[in-house]
Design a protein around this ligand. Structure first.
Ligand SMILES: [Zn+2]
Length: 279
């Protein structure tokens, strides 16, 4: 196996977990990776819609912060894996032209209805058809909110984004913190109950487990280089994973909250958010 980020081939197996970690710090799920089928289904969209209020609270803090670094009211914004589309709605309200890529067709249709000015594409940023349609476009900002960990080609997604950004453009990357300490907690939990360790790491749905420091180092050297403008957790409103509303979902949410609490007490940033400027 080769690390998609650094090209390293010396990946270390993590005991008790279906995970290997590269020397650069990025870890990978070694189970058969299949994108969660719910992502493309209507139930996924219903989840997003159900969590709308929560997402609005989350983005409230970030939209103003990001806009401080953008030229006022001009340029195009591309949100990859835009989910319900709240970030694009907020950016459109600030008079930026909204573009989005999302695996869920229902999400694209809904956003088109709510925000007719939006240009949306069903699928992945790295698909040839979508690359072709974005050719010649340039963006002031490209964002990946809480989605890269599910993508089998995350490094390539970021390289494509780099190629579409204007000089001095902004890149936003949010991933769950799955650094060395988090893997240790998951290993410890797995001793008692193997499935729980995987659950905490969101396996098998997540393909990549990002160590924030490793990701930061990689992002700074992406393309011609980037500089960090803001890094989490300075905006301290957490967005918990969105779940189907059921008893098992409530239990999962509770476990995630406990996990988050432990990680925060240990000084871990949950999640990790980077706002970067292209050099
Ligand atoms: Zn690596």
């Amino acid at each position: 196996m080769t690390c998609d980020f650094c090209g390293g081939t010396d990946l270390e197996k993590i005991n008790r977990l279906p995970v290997v970690r590269c020397r650069c710090g990025i870890a990978y799920n070694t189970q058969d990776f299949r994108p969660d089928p719910r992502l493309a289904s209507k139930s996924y969209f219903d989840m997003l819609e159900g969590a709308r209020a929560q997402s609005e609270v989350f983005f409230e803090g970030w939209v103003d912060k990001i806009a401080e670094f953008l030229p006022p009211r001009q340029g195009q914004v591309l949100d990859v894996g835009f989910g319900y589309g709240i970030f694009l709605e907020e950016m459109a309200a600030k008079e930026y032209a909204p573009w989005g890529v999302e695996i869920s067709e229902a999400s694209c249709q809904s956003l088109q209805q709510r925000l007719p000015a939006a240009r949306t594409f069903v699928g992945s940023l790295t698909e040839p058809g979508i690359c072709e349609r974005l050719k010649g476009q340039r963006f002031e900002l490209i964002s990946f909110w809480d989605c890269l960990q599910y993508m089998p080609d995350a490094a390539q997604q970021l390289r494509v984004a780099d190629s579409l950004l204007v000089d001095s453009g902004l890149l936003v990357v949010q991933v769950p913190n799955r650094g060395v300490n988090n893997l240790k907690y998951a290993q410890a939990v797995s001793k008692l109950y193997p499935d729980l360790g995987r659950f905490f790491l969101h396996l098998p749905a997540a393909k990549i487990l990002f160590d924030p420091q490793a990701l930061e180092k990689w992002l700074l050297s992406l393309g011609g280089g980037y500089r960090i403008l803001v890094q989490s957790p300075s905006v301290n409103k957490l967005r918990f994973s969105i779940r189907l509303r059921s008893v098992s979902a409530a239990v999962e949410d509770l476990l995630l909250m406990i996990w988050t609490f432990i990680a925060k007490r240990k000084g871990e940033a949950v999640p990790s958010i980077f706002l970067l400027r292209k050099q």
